[in-house]
Design a protein around this ligand. Structure first.
Ligand SMILES: [Zn+2]
Ligand SMILES: [Zn+2]
Length: 56
């Protein structure tokens, strides 16, 4: 179960990146030990879709 913090990113943060950062173990448990997370990779380098950014 993600923590309250993991589910409540501050304004300007990407919901997915925040969740994967603060609930990393749970969000990445289906991956092999050194396997990249496709969700994280797709957002890498600031490519977060605007629709996933928390608005103020
Ligand atoms: Zn991830
Ligand atoms: Zn993102």
């Amino acid at each position: 179960m993600p923590s309250k913090k993991a589910l409540n990113p501050p304004v300007g943060q990407c919901r997915q990146c925040w969740l994967h950062a603060y609930d990393s173990r749970e969000q990445h448990k289906h991956l092999a030990p050194r396997e990249d997370c496709p969700a994280c990779v797709s957002h890498m380098g600031g490519k977060c879709p605007d629709s996933m950014i928390v608005k103020g």
